[in-house]
Design a protein around this ligand. Sequence first.
Ligand code: PLP
Length: 404
Amino acid sequence: MQINENFLKIQSSYLFSNIAKKVNAYSAAHPDKEIIRLGIGDVTRPLAPACIKAMHDAVEEMAHAETFHGYPPEYGQDFLLEAILENDYRARGVDLQKSEIFVSDGAKSDCGNIGDIFSLENRVAVCDPVYPVYVDTNVMAGRAGDKTENGWSNIIYMPCTAENHFLPEIPTEHVDLIYLCFPNNPTGMPIKKAELQKWVDYANREGAVILYDAAYEAFITEADVPHSIFELDGAKQCAIEFRSFSKTAGFTGVRCGYTVVPHDLKFGETELNALWARRQATKFNGVSYITQRAAAACYTPEGKQQIRDTIAYYQNNARVIYEGLRDCGFTVYGGTNSPYVWLKTPDNMGSWAFFDLLLEKIQVVGTPGEGFGPSGEGYFRLTAFGSAENTVRAVERIKAYFGK
Ligand code: PLP
């Protein structure tokens, strides 16, 4: 027996386990101190009542032979596919077909699994800092090469820092697969239509595929920021889009998302849609009926309103963090089209040193930018997903410690 040795190349400890270890050790040593967690990107508000009702009703259906549902359709129930097409795409002027949408258990799985349909020879480009899943899954597949001081030898890192307004620069060399995530995790920064169009044009010129993660689409507030890459000319020929109900509707614990693979996206005569359909049908058995009913309820008039209210709650937290830190003298980014605020650490402090300082002095937990890649060093992420009360208290603690 041999194992997939690529797994040995990956750091065994994932960023958030490192943070959890530090926080647990601190809390064991200081049981009297109350820690406020604005670190990981998990939501805290309950599901929308419309979703809860849909789930209760669906459970009731499962209780009777006449309305019971067994295996779901592999790619999603019609009622959900229709609701997605109508609300997330047609309403924005994007015309897609049901067969181009693949409902799944979330964007993490899909971003990770999409590599199955691409050759190991492909050159991969990622933003730096980056959501770690894109890189780690390429390492597991054997597409990343070897670990070097600056990341992985076969991965092209596109730095996103204050100097370039957190927008990656178009590579000067050929790349095959480009992971883009906007609004971005961790920087919280969006991309405007005109900028994204440059990427679509590059991908079409180079015969590359853009893997577009729109998990934070629901937080967009500005008009010239696209909600979907398919709002751009030529994107159906070069892009795959990942969407998630996690941050949109609080489904982090329910699990539902979807991936769009347009029929126009082809390698020679082969549609990538057919490859993904085959991959999903073989390795994935569909999303539970109860979950899909809950997801569809997000698109009802009451569901939409309830979801909007929850997003507004988090957006207000983001504003509290952004303005509080700015008033305190920090240089801050993000927060406007995103639940993430990305701040420059004071006095060029290392991001883990800043993490330790916040934990030890004021018991506020955030995420060190370095954990998302070398260009994240010197930055720090705070999330708006905590309760409003804790968000205000965390900002007060920061102001009291660093305040002017
Ligand atoms: N993509 C990005 C950029 C994320 O930040 C996250 C979660 O934090 C995900 C995907 C995961 O989404 P899901 O819960 O649908 O798996």
